[in-house]
Design a protein. Sequence first.
Length: 94
Amino acid sequence: MNAPQVSAMHALPDGEAELSLVVRLPWEDVARLGQEAGRLASQMQRPVTLDEAVSHRLRSTRPAASHAKPAGEQPAAVTSSAAVTSLPRISGTA
């Protein structure tokens, strides 16, 4: 199956970037994302898509981006295992 080629990443007007990717997940992880979307929809009082729930989850669990700090500031030391353990369990392959 040949999917049409689309840009994997593009800049948004608000200064963020949008990244498109395909991830294979077990149904248990999809169910957890659905629960996250339900909680977020309840908080925001509007419907929320799964990709919006994923974006919110990643934003709420990630450490501050060290590359975005002004020159001269030293980023706090963050171990990669700390960042990984705060993300939801994903046992599929990417």
